[in-house]
Design a protein around this ligand. Structure first.
Ligand SMILES: [Zn+2]
Length: 325
């Protein structure tokens, strides 16, 4: 990395903690694009889905957003060097297994209570293992803010137990009918991981239940701290990207004028070092924000009705159904 690349960075929050913005959402909701947009602001490092660093990045030898293998990317190689033996493929795979246990869906309720329970031994081990990664990322990039698009609310809740991390939770929502349509069609990108890693397609009923559980629990766990929790809708990000991004920037303490927009709908993204995540994490240049509305014509009425029946209370709450509907 060039020495001047993060020269604007303050390295840490004013109190010395590591500032992390976690994008929480249910997949296929524009999180990778939003992370890259924020990562194009000087002093912000878009790290990607950090929860997959140990598995895809270290154990499986995956690629960085800069197209190099993670271990050969100058940024991640420097991070890995600081992690020492914990970055060895075998140890990384073992750590990922512990992380996966902690993040199991059936344990989610435990993490997403308003008053979290004391950590178990394995949860403490995982939290202790995550901190050095964020500290190393911050040391290497000198970023004033790390954007982590790991997406899972229970992962955000784990980060929230680490006193040295100053956590901001950006809750990214998408209309559950659009999300269900996307999940029913399946995808090669593995975007449903975190729900059920065995599955790459979900029925409208199953995706709706997961949408309701994750989004309901995310709001329940974090919305009591509005200075650290912001809810934005994919539809608003895609139709008014500049306005939405400026709101996010102000909330997290960035200068809205530093966002890389060339007009209200177009931004210039830098070629970053996003690890894991959607294939669209690669490549620099101009990006037009457009709302994908294909589901509105293509989705069967029966599937729509299923989604609405399951998610209606939260759809109303998040503005996807009129209150009277
Ligand atoms: Zn890279």
């Amino acid at each position: 990395m060039r020495d001047d690349e993060f020269s604007m960075g303050r390295a840490t929050a004013d109190d010395g903690r590591i500032r992390v913005l976690h994008i929480t959402g249910t997949g296929r909701s524009g999180s990778t694009l939003l992370a890259r947009l924020l990562g194009s602001v000087p002093g912000v490092f878009a790290a990607g889905e950090v929860r997959f660093l140990w598995e895809r990045g270290l154990a499986a030898g995956g690629r960085c957003g800069c197209r190099l293998a993670v271990r050969e990317c100058p940024v991640w190689a420097a991070v890995i060097e600081r992690l020492g033996p914990a970055a060895d493929p075998e140890q990384a795979a073992a750590f990922h297994d512990r992380l996966r246990v902690v993040l199991r869906l059936r344990r989610a309720g435990r993490w997403l209570r308003r008053r979290p329970l004391p950590l178990s031994a394995v949860e403490r081990t995982v939290a202790d293992g995550l901190l050095p990664a964020y500290r190393s990322i911050q040391d290497v990039t000198s970023a004033e803010l790390i954007v982590d698009s790991s997406k899972l609310p229970n992962y955000a809740a784990v980060l929230d137990t680490i006193p040295q991390i100053d956590l901001y939770v950006l809750h990214l929502l998408r209309d559950p009918r659009a999300a269900a349509w996307s999940w029913m069609r399946g995808s090669a990108s593995g975007a449903v991981e975190g729900y059920d890693e065995e599955m790459d397609r979900l029925s409208s009923a199953k995706s709706s239940i997961l949408w309701a559980v994750w989004n309901g629990l995310t709001a329940r766990r974090f919305e009591c701290r509005p200075e650290r929790y912001l809810r934005v809708r994919y539809e608003d990000v895609m139709t008014s990207p500049r306005e939405a991004a400026e709101q996010i920037a102000r909330w997290v303490g960035l200068d809205p004028a530093s966002l890389p927009f060339v007009d209200d709908h177009e931004a210039l993204l830098v070629d970053g070092h996003v690890v894991a995540g959607n294939p669209n994490r690669m490549g620099a240049g101009s990006v037009q924000f457009t709302l994908d509305r294909r589901w509105e014509d293509a989705m069967r009425g029966r599937d729509r009705a299923t989604v609405t029946a399951i998610t209606a209370p939260l759809m109303r709450r998040f503005g996807y159904l009129r209150k009277s509907a």
